[in-house]
Design a protein around this ligand. Structure first.
Ligand code: FE2
Length: 393
């Protein structure tokens, strides 16, 4: 794979140094594994009923399907929640034994499965396991009776996280066989416009980033889009390195982070210390109205990282017109960044469970396909203030 020249930008050029963009990434992605998109993300949590209520009442996800004791499932309860093109499943164990209880005891609440939509599960399984993927569940058909059959298979990725391949072409029921519709669903929060998963970030251990870069390239046919080294992602105290992998359509983007040496503890190391293995650090949800969405999320009680006034004092100079008054960005804590393709607006929540592990990003893109590299330093300093409050810096 050829690394191309450094990304240049008329604004914020200093911030871009150390970010190497591979403009040929989409063409380099191999086509042995056509992925149509992210079918769903499944979280394994301690209490799925309450997680579902949180995502309904604060985040505006509508409950669409349920599986549990009432559907003759004896070991787990699962709630399927949907908003536009985003489908989340929250699953909790009903007994102290088994893989879900083990997962929750070790990791706390977290992402278990980032599932891909595919046309051919058999082929996806054959192509990936043939290239070295560790299989978890071989191809199987779940019989939905009159609703048809759902085909799926599952492979491992970093830590205990997995990727399922899902083929819905012969299935016309709710989420999957065994699920039933939610009767009289409580009303979801309104006024939010979260549209789709923009990217999913994996945190891996020191020295493991390239292992998983190789995995996504060689086993899943992704290509490397960007390399941020520890010269670009650092503060006075800590640093990390990140490479962004993309599939051929650009619809699935997985940045992979590893900690780098610094005077104090990297936020990636804090995640690893509390998740107790590599895992999914954050999922970015794309919106086309970040101002209204973040205002509503804040009103509903979602907590976001705060940036200091100094960040906003220099923002107009750095990014120019981003369609929203700087005062409004500061009021809501939204960040902005610009590269040669356009600009983006983004904001990060605080961790959404008790452990300082998984969080969300909200992102609104206007041409930019980047990840807000110009904000990394201010963002990581904000995270370090929170790490210090937790006694984890
Ligand atoms: Fe992100």
């Amino acid at each position: 794979m050829t690394e191309t020249a450094e990304r240049r930008s008329t604004r914020g050029a200093a911030n871009q140094a150390g970010a190497r963009v591979n403009k040929d990434a989409y063409a380099q992605a191999a086509d042995f594994l056509p992925l149509k998109g992210i079918d769903h993300v499944e979280f394994w949590v301690g209490n799925a009923r309450q997680a579902a209520a949180y995502y309904r009442a604060l985040w505006g996800f509508g409950p669409v399907a349920f599986a549990g004791l009432e559907t003759k499932v004896r070991d787990r309860a699962s709630y399927v929640m949907v908003q536009n093109g985003i489908r989340f499943v929250f699953t909790a164990p009903l007994t102290p034994e088994g893989e879900i209880a083990d997962h929750v005891r070790l990791h706390g609440d977290g992402v278990h499965d980032i599932a891909f939509a595919v046309d051919d599960v058999e082929s996806a399984w054959r192509e990936t396991t043939g290239r070295g993927a560790v299989g978890v569940l071989p191809p199987a058909e779940a019989d939905g009776g009159a609703d048809g059959v759902l085909r799926r298979a599952t492979i491992r990725t970093y830590g205990e996280t997995v990727h399922s391949f899902i083929d819905r072409s012969s299935y016309h029921g709710l989420f999957a066989p065994g699920y039933r519709a939610v009767k009289r669903p409580a009303r979801a929060a309104t006024g939010l416009s979260l549209l789709e998963v923009d990217h999913c970030v994996g945190n891996v251990g020191l020295g493991e980033m390239d292992t998983f870069v190789d995995f996504y390239r060689d086993v899943l046919g992704f290509a490397q889009l960007i390399h941020y080294d520890d010269k670009v992602i650092h503060t006075e105290y800590s640093a990390l390195m990140s490479k962004v992998m993309t599939n051929g359509s650009g619809r699935i983007k997985f940045p992979i982070n590893e900690p780098a040496a610094g005077k104090k503890k990297s936020q990636i190391q804090e995640f690893l210390d509390w998740y107790l293995s590599p895992g999914c650090q954050h999922i970015a949800l794309r919106t086309e109205d970040i101002v209204t969405t973040v205002r509503r999320l804040r009103d509903n009680g979602v907590e976001f990282l705060g940036l200091p006034h100094e960040y906003y004092a220099g923002l107009a100079e750095r990014v120019g017109d981003v369609g929203v008054p700087i005062d409004t960005l500061e009021e809501l804590g939204i960040e902005a960044d610009r590269d040669e393709e356009g600009y983006l607006l983004q904001i990060f929540t605080r961790p959404v469970q008790d452990r300082p592990t998984f969080f969300f990003e909200i992102i609104e893109r206007h041409g930019s396909r980047g990840f807000g590299v110009g904000n990394f330093k201010a963002l990581f300093e904000a995270i370090e203030r929170e790490q210090a409050n937790r006694g984890n810096l």
